[in-house]
Structures are given as structure tokens and as C-alpha cells.
Design a protein around this ligand. Structure first.
Ligand code: BG6
Length: 468
């Protein structure tokens, strides 16, 4: 509907931005940190290793001060599992605990609420070598990791996210470097068994959070893109429902209702890939209730009916997927694209928020949203990223409209607070409000510069988005 009466965003709205440990921290093997799968993966050709990144590990004070200057009310960052438990389980690394304590305290010094993602694509390599998420014992390892965090940080951290983009770990793990399916006979069986273990780990961690930290709030953080049918042909609508279920609802139906999505279940039956479920598993799923939903949104997806047979096509987080017999990706002719080929769809953002809210009725926080681009540092130290301002402005407008329509939104944390390394497209794909002076391979001086979007976002926060 066309909205004439816009409601104001609440004063307690959590404005901020996001990062993840393996993409921003650097210092990947120092001070006792064990390697993660990201440290041993072969990075895509032409992209940087992940050993230095934005060097947040050594520069967090300067970076958090800049976030405070923008007026952040929250900062979403992840804890590197292998920094605090170098082997994923067993001995705790005191230097890792100290680092995150410092980051948390630095945030609180400025009144910034830490929003911690427990796990963001960086499984400890030691656990990977024991079978990764395929081994059932990893559920207890994750719960132990959660417990260590609750014990050490829970006195100050009120907001927690379980697993970043569990749906992308399942659907695009090969692209983001979290799984290797070479030689696997039935990849669906493996991936959805791993997914089942992650869902159990998440449910247990949510329950433990409520038991140990009664004042805290916890939720999942999948990547949600509403899926459109390419046309109004009924079969295209069925294809869109298929991909919506596989990409989006499986994860949220389970997190919120503790139930497997029936369309996905059927898809798994068709592929001889239903996960092994042990007695009691579904009770555990039902016991883990999220207090809110965190979700990453970059764009919608569009698909058409596909009755062919054959191999699935692998996409990245936002593009290219096709599953013969289920759906085929379709380039939406109504949308512009970023320089890196991701579609841009602010209206679809509102459609996604509306759909999620009517399905789950929980408050929501946007844990990622943003534009990857080749930014240019000018001779005068400025970065004119008007394209990013335009992208963010148009998405924040949609939050205001969704809020006016009754959707409960708690906060907005675009990707990313500061430039960092992309999952598979290197340092040149920048997202930050803060520019980091390094190139793909030349580390230069790593100095920080405020982009135009930095000043713009500061104003947005100051006026609670009344001035966009
Ligand atoms: C999300 C991830 O998929 O998108 C982030 O949670 C990632 O880790 C972000 O960086 C942007 O994707 P990319 O591939 O451009 O880095």
C-alpha cells in the first residue's frame, strides 16, 4: 500500500554496523589463536590471504572510537571460535578471552551495545579435521563454546546471535570456503546432516543462554531473500515457493517453531538425503526459542519453473543458484545490479520484512545489508561513495515503511562497519563506512579514513532516520 502516515522509528532502535572475526581481525595465528578453516583454505586467485585483513586485532580502539563518532548504539562482531578455544574444544586461550573482553569494554565505554555472533564461517580447523559439522559430537563442542562465552562475556553482553548464515553454509559453502564436497557421493545427505547438527547446536545454545543469562536475548542470523516467481505462471509460483522453503523458511521454521519445513523435507526425501534424527532431537529443537530474528539482506532472488534433470548449479550468497526439477535462477530485469553483479532491491527488502514478520511474529534486527564496491581514496583523503549512500538510504526508507505497517524492527547493522575482506572477492570489494588504506596485496599504512557515507550515517543515527 502507499503509505501516507509514516511512524517514527523508536528511540531505542539499535543503529550500528557489522563485521566478522576472520574478515576483519587479522592476527590469525598469533597470541595462541588456532587455525580455522578460513586460515587453511586456498583463497580464490587474485585475492588476499586472511592473515592481516583490516588488522582490527591491533587497531580495535581506534576503530571503535570511529564507530562511536558515528553514534553507533550497537556493534555486531563475531568471536573467532579458535581464538578462544584454539582446538575448538579443551583448553581455553586466556589471550583470546582478554581480546574480546577488551573489545566489549571498549564498546561499553562509548555506550555501544555489543551484539555478538558466535560463529561466522570460521570453524576451528582441529574440529574440521575430526569431521566438521558431520560429526555429531560437534553439537556438544558448540554448546561448550557458547558456555565459555556466556561465562566470560555474559555479564556485559545482552544480545547474541548464534550462527551467521547457516543457510549459506549449506547452499554456498564451497564458494565461501567452508566445505569441500569433492568426492562426496550424496552431497545433499552430507550437507543436510551437517545442517541438522547445526540446528541442534543452535537450539541448545539458545536454551543455555536463557538458563545462564536470564536478561540476555538471542536469535539466529540467516541470510533471507524473499524469492519472486519470474512470471505469474502458476508453475513459476511453485518454483518460488520451493526456493523460498529451501533458502529461507527451513532455517527460520526450525529456529522459531522447532519443525522441519515440509517442502524441504520432501525435497530431501526425493534426494535420499533426510538427516538421521536421533530420539529426543526434535524435543531439543522445540526447547530453543529465539527472542528475536537477526537476518542479513542484500537482495531478493527470482526463479522460474524447471522440470529438467541434472546437476545443481552452485551460486554465491546472492546469485546463480539452480536446482533442476525444483527451480532455476532468473535475472530480474526490473532491478539494477552492483558492480559485483548482485541485484539491488529496496522494495524487496520491505517485502522480505513483511513476509518474515507475518510468518514468525518476532522482533527483527537487520544484521547485514550493504553494497560492495571499488571505492577510491582521493588525494585529499576523501572517499566519495555516493552509490553506497544511495543504496543504504533506499533500504532505510523501507525499514521506516515496514515499521509504519506494523513490522517490529529492533535495529539495523549494515555490512560493514569498516572495510574488510570479502568472502571470496578480496579486499577490493569494499563495504565499510571507514576506509582502510591497503590494497589487495600491498598493505600500505592501513590508515583509516572517513568515507562520505560515514558522515551521512552519523546524521541518520543522530536524527533517528528523520534525515536521510
Ligand atoms: C554475507 C556474509 O554473506 O555477506 C559476510 O555474512 C559477507 O561474511 C557478506 O562478507 C558480503 O558478501 P561478500 O561475498 O561480498 O563478502
Amino acid at each position: 500500500m502507499v503509505i501516507k502516515k509514516t511512524k517514527k522509528i523508536g528511540d531505542d532502535f539499535l543503529w550500528g554496523a557489522s563485521t566478522s572475526a576472520y574478515q576483519v581481525e587479522g592476527a590469525n595465528l598469533i597470541d595462541g589463536k588456532g587455525p580455522s578453516v578460513q586460515d587453511v583454505k586456498k583463497v580464490p586467485e587474485g585475492t588476499s590471504e586472511l592473515d592481516v585483513c583490516a588488522d582490527f586485532y591491533h587497531r580495535y580502539k581506534e576503530d571503535i572510537a570511529l564507530m562511536a563518532e558515528m553514534g553507533f548504539r550497537t556493534f555486531r562482531f563475531s568471536v573467532a571460535w579458535s581464538r578462544i578455544l584454539p582446538k575448538g574444544a579443551g583448553e581455553v586461550n586466556p589471550k583470546g578471552i582478554a581480546f574480546y573482553n577488551n573489545v566489549i569494554d571498549e564498546c561499553l565505554k562509548y555506550g555501544i551495545e555489543p551484539l555478538i555472533t558466535m560463529f561466522h564461517f570460521d570453524l576451528p580447523q582441529a574440529l574440521e579435521e575430526q569431521g566438521g559439522w558431520s560429526r555429531r559430537g560437534i553439537i556438544d563442542d558448540f554448546v561448550n563454546f557458547a558456555k565459555v562465552m556466556y561465562e566470560n562475556f555474559g555479564d556485559r553482553v545482552k544480545y547474541w546471535l548464534t550462527i551467521n548464515e547457516q543457510n549459506m553454509l549449506t547452499l554456498a559453502g564451497e564458494v565461501i570456503g567452508t566445505c569441500n564436497l569433492q568426492g562426496v557421493e550424496n552431497k545433499y545427505k552430507k550437507l543436510y546432516q551437517e545442517n541438522h547438527h547445526m540446528l541442534l547446536a543452535q537450539a541448545k545454545a539458545m536454551k543455555l543462554c536463557h538458563d545462564m543469562l536470564p536478561g540476555a536475548k538471542i536469535g539466529p542470523a540467516p541470510n533471507i531473500s524473499l524469492v519472486y516467481p519470474a512470471t505469474c505462471k502458476p508453475k513459476d509460483v511453485l518454483a518460488a515457493q520451493n526456493f523460498n522453503a529451501i533458502r529461507n523458511w527451513l532455517y527460520l521454521d526450525m529456529a522459531v517453531y522447532g519443525e522441519y519445513n515440509h517442502l524441504v523435507w520432501h525435497f530431501l526425501e526425493e534426494h535420499d538425503a533426510v538427516p538421521d534424527i536421533e530420539p529426543g532431537d526434535m524435543d531439543i529443537m522445540k526447547e530453543g526459542h529465539p527472542d528475536f530474528i537477526g537476518f542479513n539482506y542484500y537482495s531478493t532472488a527470482t526463479v522460474e519453473w524447471d522440470a529438467s534433470e541434472g546437476e545443481a548449479t552452485l551460486g554465491d550468497q546472492q546469485s546463480g543458484a539452480a536446482e533442476p526439477g525444483v527451480f532455476r535462477g532468473y535475472a530480474n530485469p526490473n532491478l539494477l545490479r552492483t558492480e559485483f553483479g548482485w541485484e539491488i532491491d529496496p522494495d524487496g527488502f520491505r517485502a522480505t520484512m513483511r513476509e518474515m514478520y507475518s510468518r514468525y511474529r518476532l522482533p527483527m534486527i537487520v544484521t547485514e545489508n550493504g553494497l560492495g564496491a571499488y571505492d577510491k581514496l582521493e588525494a585529499d583523503g576523501k572517499i566519495h561513495d555516493d552509490y553506497r549512500i544511495e543504496y543504504l538510504r533506499r533500504h532505510i526508507e523501507q525499514i521506516k515503511l515496514a515499521v509504519s505497517e506494523g513490522v517490529e524492527m529492533m535495529g539495523y547493522c549494515p555490512w560493514s562497519a569498516i572495510d574488510l575482506i570479502s568472502t571470496h572477492e578480496g579486499m577490493v570489494k569494499r563495504y565499510g563506512f571507514i576506509y582502510v588504506n591497503r590494497d589487495e596485496f600491498d598493505l600500505k599504512d592501513m590508515a583509516r579514513y572517513r568515507k562520505d557515507s560515514f558522515y551521512w550515517y552519523k546524521k541518520v543515527i543522530e536524527t533517528n532516520a528523520e534525515e536521510l
